[in-house]
Design a binder for this molecule. Structure first.
Ligand SMILES: [Ca+2]
Ligand SMILES: [Ca+2]
Ligand SMILES: [Ca+2]
Length: 351
């Protein structure tokens, strides 16, 4: 038995070791020495060492060196959660109450489903309390006032020939949704002239007809029309004066059907602006740039001239150059309105 002397007191060596040691031949302390305690000068073994890892699941320490495996640190699992962001335009329907909708826009009359994510609402008009999206395209708007862009009007408007909101300037054609500037010469053709009425007075009954040769509707505003002498008027107005593609427009002295023989005018220039002589006269259509779109000059003789019948360009001839000669014209019919003859606003008929 080994003794240690401290401060004059003698202690038994084994009583200072960690854990109880019986001091006998066998070490029964905790942790237990694995080597036999000889109870002599030294304890050949050593108490278990502490592993450097977080948890030791390896083999039991047996000696002075820990030869067991060290547990790998536990890595924290991070689970990615995808976040879906609605990147579509504002919802133009009533406030949605459902979950996220990734399908196309609703087209029904009432939107009670999930939020729209499509690009454009082409269904019926909104009926909800607040409309902040693009302008409705449906036929009837029963909801509050739209706050989207107003419908396009005027010659510079983006064209859309299938809707009434799209037209181009005279001579321009709509290609791929864009008005492509074209030559104005010949873009409109003077096709019919009612210069000598019978059923109604000339003052309110005169009119002439023009044909739009292109498929794109045109806005006539800005068009100037010259007669003989100093006669001239310009087509103006707050609203577009539209001629359908491949369609006819009638410009007349009066918009009163009781005075004009029963013609629905596209544009009324007023009898003070221009008169159409019963003998010889000229009508010239002038574009914004001053160039001539079409002109027709009829002389006092040689051209069809019958009181109560229009001068009608033969229906197979819809050309601004070919309408310069007498042979291209014929007396018009059938009777319309109050009883004069012609086809205001429609394809010509020779009678
Ligand atoms: Ca006349
Ligand atoms: Ca001509
Ligand atoms: Ca006609």
């Amino acid at each position: 038995m080994t003794a240690l002397t401290l401060g004059g007191c003698a202690y038994e060596w084994d009583s200072l070791r960690p854990g109880p040691d019986a001091g006998g031949a066998t070490d029964v302390g905790t942790p237990r020495d694995t080597a036999a305690d000889t109870g002599m000068m030294t304890d050949a073994g050593a108490d278990a060492r502490v592993d450097g890892g977080t948890t030791d699941t390896g083999t039991t320490d047996t000696g002075t060196t820990d030869t067991g495996a060290v547990d790998a640190p536990i890595a924290m699992d991070v689970i990615d959660v995808p976040v879906v962001i609605d990147s579509g335009p504002p919802d133009t329907g009533p406030r949605d109450t459902g979950p996220m909708d990734t399908g196309p826009r609703d087209t029904g009359p009432l939107d009670t489903g999930p939020r729209d994510t499509g690009p454009m609402d082409t269904g019926p008009r909104d009926t909800g309390p607040v409309d902040t999206g693009p302008r409705d395209t449906g036929p009837v708007d029963t909801g509050p006032r739209d706050t989207g862009p107003p419908p396009c009007v005027g010659p510079q408007c983006p064209c859309a020939p299938t809707t009434p909101a799209g037209w181009c300037a005279i001579g321009a054609a709509c290609m791929g949704g864009t008005c492509v500037v074209g030559p104005t010469a010949g873009a409109l053709v003077i096709t019919e002239i009612m210069n000598d009425t019978m059923a109604v007075g000339d003052l309110g009954g005169e009119w002439f007809e023009v044909y739009n040769r292109v498929e794109t509707p045109v806005d006539l505003r800005g068009l100037r029309v010259r007669g003989n002498g100093t006669e001239m008027f310009e087509v103006t107005g707050a609203n577009p004066v539209v001629v359908a593609g491949r369609g006819y427009a009638v410009l007349g002295a009066s918009g009163d059907t009781a005075m004009n023989g029963g013609v629905v005018m596209t544009y009324v220039y007023g009898s003070g602006a221009m008169n159409l002589s019963n003998t010889s006269d000229v009508i010239t259509l002038v574009a914004l740039d001053g160039s001539t779109i079409d002109a027709v000059a009829y002389p006092a003789s040689g051209w069809p001239e019958t009181s109560g019948r229009s001068k009608s360009l033969r229906p197979a001839i819809l050309d601004a150059s070919m309408n310069d000669v007498a042979a291209a014209w014929c007396p018009g019919g059938p009777s319309f309105g109050a009883g004069d003859f012609g086809t205001p606003g429609a394809a010509n008929v020779c009678q």
